[in-house]
Design a protein around this ligand. Structure first.
Ligand code: SF4
Ligand code: SF4
Length: 492
């Protein structure tokens, strides 16, 4: 049977927490919560949280995990929901294919993303980290839950790790790490499917391994990477690696909503004794915090939120639930730890719209407008016309016409084949696509040679600017785009 948590009247104290025994709790801002004074990693054994936020988070996790794992297999117009094929420079977002030619749209989307994060963080702190970050969702929503299930809650896990290698311990550890490895393999494969597409992934799985050595290597590397993160690295990914956690501190201010301890209400923290009445406690000047440390025991990053907002806090709300449960037991109002701004805690004021927030919002609005404009003016095809490499700059035909050779590249951004034709905008020449009709299959890039033939009398010198219209054959009235180039002829 797992040992139960200590009763409220006998709270954990610093010395009761062997995992933190080398830490001076008064210098919490000078060291990491998960490193002792020699810099050694201290393994955390957070307690399985329960409460209203945990319940909501469980359902949010289920929705997000479902989307995460089915994303590469959901099809819109035959395309996946999301694919970031960096190798082939092909990107699919919500079933729409984007090409490197759509760089301005990508750059704007990236700026919107970054500005959005800045605004969101300035207003709501690390809400992203606690509720939607894939690392937190998978770690706290899946791997940690499996660990609770296989090894037990915090006391049991700590005792198990400290104890000798009995058959039971070997079995539990073997099962846990086998499950973790298998699940990491699934997570790694899902990530791979987001990069190369689910069809390519299934080929790697079903074909002979010798045909996909590179793909298999990535598969194994991703599986090992995720196993390392979820089995060992854990909260260190948020504290050491994640850049968001780093720049978050620059974005927060006293009006940001964070998971916060109401020190005005909680202090002076003091143990609650069984015989103590609420009136006697109030008269003694003690605050609502009974120093039970349940908020610390559940924290997956090992911090004490009562010390104030800290870089390690991922806003997971576990401490809110833990403290609310304590408040319920001692019949005090919930919310000693809650979502609040520091200003709100100090003054009782609601969230303020600061000039910084207004500034970020104006920038975001401008970027979103630009993004919508770029999206709506995005052409179905995108072409480039470059002069082809040749020994001669131009050639002359038997009837005296001058001919230049070009290389045409056309990207079809739609999922339907488009028949195209080229036309010289102006008189005095003609355009001929080599190899017959120009039909560009959906979501493909076609390269072909193009000959432009000009009447020498229409040339304005050694180099004459030309405009070539790209037309849909079935809609010849208006060009899809106009390509500008130069035509080289004999100098007069
Ligand atoms: S803040 Fe709440 S959970 Fe944390 S020690 Fe105080 S009473 Fe306990
Ligand atoms: S302090 Fe609270 S909200 Fe922050 S990480 Fe720890 S348990 Fe989660």
């Amino acid at each position: 049977m797992p040992p139960s948590d200590p009763p409220l009247a006998e709270p954990l104290t610093t010395s009761d927490k062997p995992v933190f025994k080398n830490v001076d709790w008064t210098d919490f801002r000078d060291h990491l919560a998960t490193a002792d004074q020699q810099g050694r990693r201290m393994w955390l054994y957070p307690k399985d949280p329960e409460g209203r936020y945990t319940t909501v988070r469980k359902w949010v996790n289920i929705v997000l995990i479902t989307i995460m794992f089915t994303g590469p297999f959901i099809r819109i117009n035959g395309n996946p929901l999301l694919m970031m094929n960096i190798l082939e420079r092909r990107f699919v977002i919500l079933g729409q294919v984007f090409w490197p030619q759509d760089l301005p749209i990508f750059a704007t989307a990236m700026l919107i993303f970054l500005t959005g994060i800045a605004i969101f963080t300035a207003a709501f702190g690390r809400l992203w980290c606690g509720w939607t970050c894939p690392q937190t969702v998978m770690m706290e929503g899946v791997f940690r839950k499996l660990e609770f299930w296989i090894e037990g809650d915090h006391h049991v896990r700590r005792e198990l790790d400290r104890g000798p290698w009995t058959l039971g311990k070997v079995l539990r550890k073997t099962v846990k790490h086998a499950v973790f490895l298998g699940l990491s393999f699934v997570v790694g494969n899902t990530l791979l499917a987001y990069i190369i597409g689910s069809e390519e992934l299934s080929k790697i799985i079903t074909d002979s391994p010798t045909l996909h050595v590179q793909g298999l290597t990535f598969m194994i590397l991703f599986a090992l990477l995720f196993y390392g993160i979820f089995a060992r690295f854990r909260e260190q990914a948020c504290t050491f690696i994640c850049p968001y956690g780093r720049f978050m501190s620059a974005l927060l201010d006293e009006n940001t909503i964070v998971v916060a301890y109401d020190k005005r209400r909680g202090e002076r923290r003091e143990t609650l004794h069984r015989s103590e009445t609420p009136a006697a406690r109030q008269a003694s000047g003690a605050g609502d915090c009974i120093d039970c440390r349940q908020c610390v025991v559940v924290c997956p990053t090992g911090i004490d939120i009562r010390d104030g907002t800290q870089m390690e806090c991922v806003s997971c709300t576990a401490c809110i639930d833990a403290c609310d449960n304590v408040m319920d037991k001692i019949k005090h109002p919930r919310g000693l730890i809650r979502y609040a701004s520091l200003n709100g805690i100090e003054t009782g004021e609601p969230l303020k719209v600061t000039p910084r927030l207004i500034g970020y919002s104006v920038v975001l609005l401008a970027l979103v407008s630009l993004f919508v404009y770029l999206l709506f003016t995005r052409t179905a095809v995108q072409s480039t016309l470059l002069r082809a490499r040749s020994d001669t700059l131009f050639q002359q035909t038997a009837d005296g016409k001058i001919v230049n050779l070009y290389l045409l590249k056309v990207v079809n951004k739609t999922h339907l084949e488009i028949p195209l034709s080229l036309k010289l905008e102006g008189s005095g020449g003609s355009v001929k696509v080599m190899g017959g009709a120009l039909r560009v299959p959906g979501e493909k890039l076609v390269e072909t040679s193009v000959l432009i033939e000009m009447d020498p009398a229409k040339l304005t010198g050694g180099s004459t600017p030309l405009s070539i219209g790209v037309y849909r054959e079935d809609e010849p009235g208006k060009p899809l785009e106009v390509l500008n180039t130069f035509f080289i002829g004999p100098r007069h």
